[in-house]
Structures are given as structure tokens and as C-alpha cells.
Design a protein around this ligand. Sequence first.
Ligand SMILES: *[C@@H]1O[C@H](CO)[C@@H](O)[C@H](O)[C@H]1NC(C)=O
Ligand SMILES: *[C@@H]1O[C@H](CO)[C@@H](O)[C@H](O)[C@H]1NC(C)=O
Ligand SMILES: *[C@@H]1O[C@H](CO)[C@@H](O)[C@H](O)[C@H]1NC(C)=O
Ligand SMILES: *[C@@H]1O[C@H](CO)[C@@H](O)[C@H](O)[C@H]1NC(C)=O
Ligand SMILES: *[C@@H]1O[C@H](CO)[C@@H](O)[C@H](O)[C@H]1NC(C)=O
Length: 282
Amino acid sequence: MMASFGAVLFLGSIIFTCTANGFFVSSRKQMTSPVPNVPCMVEHCSSPMFKCVQDADCRHTMECMQSCGMKNHTCMYGCLNTYEDAVYDSFMNCIVDGHHCMKLEPPDPEFRCKPPAYYMKNFTLDQLIGSWYIVRGINPDYDCFDCQISTYAPDPASSNYTLTEKYDVTMLNGSIRHRMAVQQVQQRDPQNGGLLDYTDTLMGLTMYEKWQVIDYDITGQYAVVYYCGHMSDDWFYEGTLVYSKTPALRNIDIPTITNVLKTKVGLNFSKMCAPETKMCEQ
Ligand SMILES: *[C@@H]1O[C@H](CO)[C@@H](O)[C@H](O)[C@H]1NC(C)=O
Ligand SMILES: *[C@@H]1O[C@H](CO)[C@@H](O)[C@H](O)[C@H]1NC(C)=O
Ligand SMILES: *[C@@H]1O[C@H](CO)[C@@H](O)[C@H](O)[C@H]1NC(C)=O
Ligand SMILES: *[C@@H]1O[C@H](CO)[C@@H](O)[C@H](O)[C@H]1NC(C)=O
Ligand SMILES: *[C@@H]1O[C@H](CO)[C@@H](O)[C@H](O)[C@H]1NC(C)=O
């Protein structure tokens, strides 16, 4: 009896740690939808739940986020960056994507992407093959991690490509933790080659993104891409990235990139974040 009581209390704390992908958290007040369905979790996700209780890092993720008071995003990122692990991911995957026991609450349900009208028509996926540094980005929650190295390769099992994304996060004790995510990339229509579909599973949650290739250097030195992603019907996010084959952009390319960003995406190059790319593990 104590064990199951413990589990319910434990679930009680998870209910308000709706961490989604860990980038945003809804406070209890903002929750308009029904709270997570505890019987649903017990019925469908008891195995991943008990694995979480038994796993020190999964338990620490939950406890740490609760101790942040559920409102301080900086603090909560710190928790996820420090403790989030595969056990936590599979628990979140079960209760959110797998059985809809918990609905994701977007930070801003009104937010919708504003994709640029422009994309390249004549782009082909093989132009992305190889590794790229993310040298500029605009969305602080998604684009600006240090040491983001994106590697594209054809998927041997389909006509898709895979994107393996490496990035660094800072743990609560100041140490750097290396992270990795794998995405599936599909070109929808060769006539509109610059429109790409991405599917990503991060922290147990699935995200769908529509990318637009805005510019691709003919020598393969850099690329500029815009993306609009969503995690649920009303949770959208967008960003713009500059990819470079080398850790720093060549000076001669900067005026072109600045102009493309300004005229095609409406962004000011100087206002974009410039993640660390030089002191990175390969
Ligand atoms: C948020 O958490 C961080 C890290 O734990 C802490 O330094 C900061 O003071 C907190 N901010 C607020 C407003 O509580
Ligand atoms: C692809 O289209 C762009 C304009 O969208 C053009 O500048 C470029 O020359 C084209 N590339 C090829 C190989 O046709
Ligand atoms: C921070 O925590 C990690 C994981 O617990 C550990 O491996 C690392 O050595 C710690 N770093 C410092 C500076 O204490
Ligand atoms: C190919 O990629 C698309 C878009 O990410 C995805 O929906 C689809 O499931 C992928 N196909 C395979 C076989 O993985
Ligand atoms: C771009 O941003 C920089 C730095 O904030 C600013 O100095 C510059 O005037 C901006 N350029 C344009 C065209 O708005």
C-alpha cells in the first residue's frame, strides 16, 4: 500500500511539471485543459513510471523541477540539462505522445509562425550531406546552444535523410554535457526542393517541423534555413539558422548572407546569436 500511495504522490508532483520538451513550462494557473489523467498514466504507463521512480536521474529531474517552483525557466532548463535521461524520455513519451494522459500546454497558445514567402525551388537534399556548424540563429530557446554540429546523411532504410544534431548544454554545476538528437528529413516535392519536412523526438516528445531553404551557396560553404515547428495543435515555434561548413563564416560571404536574411526573412544578421563553434568536441 505504501508503494502505491508513494506512486500517486509522485504522480501528483509530475502533474505540474509538464515540461514538454523542456524549453518551456506552463504554470499551474495557465493550465486551461484538464490536468493530466492519473488513472490513464497508471493504466498505460506504470512500467515507465516505476522505472522513473527507480532511476536516480529521472527522479532527480522531477524533484529538481519541483524545487524550481515551476515558474523559473532558467532553473528548470538547468534541471533537464543536468539530469534528463532515457528513462525520463520514455516516461514522457508514454504519457504524452503514447497515451495522451497529459496535454502539452504551449507557452503562448496564440503564437503562429510567419514563414517567409520565399524558398529555393531548385534545392536538392544531397546538397546538405556532411557536417555543418550552426554559426547564427534567432530563437534563443532552440537555435543558440553551443557547439551545434548538424550532420546529414541518406537514410539507408528509406528515401529520407537523417540529421544527427550534436549540441552542448550547461549543467547546474557548470559542467558541459554533450547531447545528441536524430531527426528524419524528407523532401516533399522535387519541384519545390527547398521545402523539407523534419520529424524529431526530443526528451520523449515528437516535434514536426517544416523547413525552407532560403539560400545555399553554390560552393557548399553555407546555407540559410528557416523552420516552423509544432509539438501540439497550439504549440508552435519558429527559427532561422545559418549553417557553415567551417566553424566561422568567411568574411566574403557575410554581406550576401546579411542581405538574404534582410530581404528574404526580414532578419538583422547582427542581432542573431552566434553560438560557440570553435572549442567543440568533434
Ligand atoms: C531562477 O533560477 C536561477 C537558477 O536556479 C536562479 O539563479 C534565479 O535567481 C532564479 N530566478 C528567480 C526569479 O527566482
Ligand atoms: C537555383 O535557384 C537560385 C535562385 O533561387 C539561382 O540563384 C541558382 O543559380 C539556381 N541554381 C542552379 C544550379 O540552377
Ligand atoms: C557535475 O556533475 C556531473 C554529473 O553529475 C559530473 O560528472 C561532473 O564531474 C560535475 N562537475 C563538477 C565541476 O563538479
Ligand atoms: C521520413 O521523414 C518524414 C518527415 O520527417 C517522416 O514523416 C517519415 O516518417 C520518415 N520516413 C521514414 C521511413 O522514416
Ligand atoms: C541591425 O542591428 C544592429 C545591432 O543592433 C544595428 O546597429 C543596425 O542598425 C541594425 N540594422 C538594421 C538595418 O536595422
